[in-house]
Design a protein around this ligand. Structure first.
Ligand code: SF4
Ligand code: SF4
Ligand code: FES
Length: 302
């Protein structure tokens, strides 16, 4: 039996996944139970540091006795549950969902999604023949300051940025989904430019975006110039020098320059989140060669 280590006194539940007996602590999601059994399950709108909103449905599994397929990221494992993650129905559903999510958007910077598209032999391009009312391909990236860009050509509407900006981390509520159906878009209030919105430039939305729709300006410009080269990049973990909280920073460095700053989700201090200073205030390291926050951005710093 595969099991996740339960804390002393913790009650565990036993279930069957793909015919294997698995035991996990009470409250563990089916997705996490699959992970503990070494079963790879696709996710898109789920993240370790976000509350599941279950909008993408790529993680669905079949649960015996349940009429509809179940989102494994949000549904807790139960005692006696019989789960199938690889039935024809699951495979077909995931294939279709990936096709819908991938149609009409640019997934060139979404390697994980591409991996699953290949795995399920999805063909998002087969919808190219239809005239879609509000296809996103071809929209210019929104470059409204020198810190980060929003390229909604690449947006699959996973809601992660909205969650990171809202209840799950920043509580700024600067962005939300506007419109419905084909017209749905992630937008600031009244589509205001980012410096005029409630955005405080924490960049937590960038760190959760799975498709590169939200990106450091430094990365965006380097990619545009063909200079982004992961083989030349190193990653250095350090502590933010700005205040005494002790946020862990993960610096991506290329050609001796910091090109991106993230924070590990596993950090108990940050849970993957930063403020504007930790995220973008690294200019002092290399002086004038690095970007400084714009005055609009600085006004949002806390
Ligand atoms: S940078 Fe922070 S405040 Fe601004 S939209 Fe992203 S999550 Fe919200
Ligand atoms: S911008 Fe990124 S994080 Fe936000 S909804 Fe689109 S794909 Fe998801
Ligand atoms: S990852 Fe489960 S519904 Fe999106």
């Amino acid at each position: 039996m595969t099991s996740v280590q339960a804390e002393p006194g913790e009650i565990s539940v036993s279930l069957s996944i793909n015919g294997r007996a698995v035991a996990v602590p009470t409250g563990t999601s089916i997705h996490k139970a699959c992970e503990s059994a070494g079963i790879d399950t696709p996710t898109l709108c789920w993240a370790e540091n976000l509350t599941p909103v279950s909008v993408c449905r790529v993680c669905v599994v079949e649960v015996e006795g349940s009429r509809a397929l179940v989102p494994s990221c949000a549904r807790a494992a139960e005692d006696g549950m019989v789960v199938d993650t690889d039935s024809d129905r699951v495979r077909h559903s995931r294939k279709m969902v990936l096709e819908f999510l991938g149609s009409g958007v640019d997934l060139s910077q979404a390697p994980e999604l591409q991996r699953w598209i290949e795995h399920y032999e999805s063909e998002p391009e087969r919808y190219d023949q239809y005239e879609m009312p509000a296809i996103r391909m071809g929209e210019e990236p929104k470059v409204q300051d020198n810190l980060y860009i929003r390229d909604y050509d690449k947006c699959v509407l996973c809601y992660k940025c909205v969650e990171a900006c809202g209840d799950d981390a920043q509580h700024s509520y600067a962005i939300a989904v506007s419109g419905r159906g084909f017209g749905a878009r992630i937008s600031t209030e009244f589509d205001a430019a980012l410096p005029d919105s409630a955005c405080v430039y924490c960049g937590n939305c960038i760190s959760v975006c799975p498709t590169g729709a939200l990106m450091f300006t430094s990365e965006h410009e380097m990619r545009k110039a063909g200079e982004w080269d992961e083989s030349k990049q190193t990653s250095t973990e350090t502590v933010c020098p700005y205040c005494g909280v002790g946020c862990v920073l993960d610096l991506t460095v290329q050609d001796n320059k910091i090109v991106r700053v993230m924070s590990p989700v596993e950090s108990s201090v940050t849970n993957g989140n930063l403020c504007i200073k930790g995220r973008f205030g690294y200019g002092f390291v290399a002086g004038a060669e690095q970007s400084e926050p714009t005055s609009e951005a600085e006004s949002g710093a806390t």
